[in-house]
Ligand binder design. Structure first.
Ligand code: 13P
Length: 251
């Protein structure tokens, strides 16, 4: 099983700050074993960060789904690959809510990444209103169904799922470990139905939403939580290291 702690800087940092973070992070994790560390950086920095990434897996936060062509402002999965990027987030709730990433668009981005052999960190999660309406599992299932459950077993080594309840993102209000585990177990169950139990066990499912050093170990100790996708607490190497150290498999 892959254990992963991934940062998502979102729309933060300038180029020099990003480079310094990469150097500091590599120093801190020089002896780290048991956990893969990744970071999703703003697109303009990716080509510069790739040769500095060292042991940090370098991700994009988004990708276009069209092949190369007359699409001003977009970039392709092949372009990411040519920069040395290892994969991308797809379907983050901020993109779904504010940038028109429909389920169809998200699915096309998944396919574009897999077509280039890049990793897909597929984000899913319900809003507060959906949870309060008792629809959390339905919503997350539907996102997974159109996004990844349709994929063949041959690409599963490239797929990571990140469950990020929208109400927990950037709010300081983390899901309890029981709430998170409950959804992660449901996700594991749907993946088992789609791909069989063993294959489903090997697809990492990360938790995201106000995860930080003080709650990481409790969350990451849950049976179906294989690590985290970290926003605010990934912005300084010190905070991020605190989260990584909280993973029970980190040594
Ligand atoms: P926060 O950790 O800041 O809540 O953000 C989570 C997130 O959206 C990571 O993708």
């Amino acid at each position: 099983m892959r254990n992963i702690v991934a940062g998502n800087w979102k729309c933060h940092k300038l180029m020099n700050e990003a480079s310094a973070w990469m150097a500091d992070m590599n120093d801190m994790m020089a002896n780290l074993q048991g956990v893969e560390v990744m970071v999703a950086a703003p697109a303009p920095y990716l080509g510069v960060l790739a040769p500095l990434a060292g042991r940090v897996g370098l991700l994009a936060q988004n990708v276009g789904s069209n092949p190369a062509g007359a699409h001003t402002g977009e970039f392709t999965a092949a372009m990411l690959k040519s920069c040395g990027v290892t994969g991308s987030l797809v379907g983050h709730s901020e993109r779904r809510a504010r940038f028109g990433d429909t389920e169809e668009a998200v699915a096309a981005k998944v396919d574009a990444l897999l077509g280039e052999g890049l990793d897909v960190i597929f984000c899913c999660g319900e809003t507060l209103q959906e949870r309060q309406g008792g629809r959390a599992e339905d919503v997350v299932f539907r996102q997974l169904e159109s996004g990844v459950l349709r994929l063949g077993a041959d690409v599963l080594s490239k797929v990571v799922v990140a469950y990020e309840p929208v109400w927990a993102i950037g709010t300081g209000q983390t899901a309890t470990s029981a709430q998170a585990q409950e959804m992660h177990a449901a996700i594991r169950g749907w993946m088992s139905q789609a791909w069989g139990e063993e294959a489903a066990r090997n697809v990492p499912v990360l938790y995201g939403g106000s995860c930080k050093a003080s709650n990481a170990s409790e969350l990451f100790s849950q049976r179906d939580i294989n690590g985290g996708l970290i926003g605010g607490a990934s912005l300084t190497p010190q905070d991020f290291w605190g989260v990584i150290e909280g993973h029970p498999s980190a040594h």
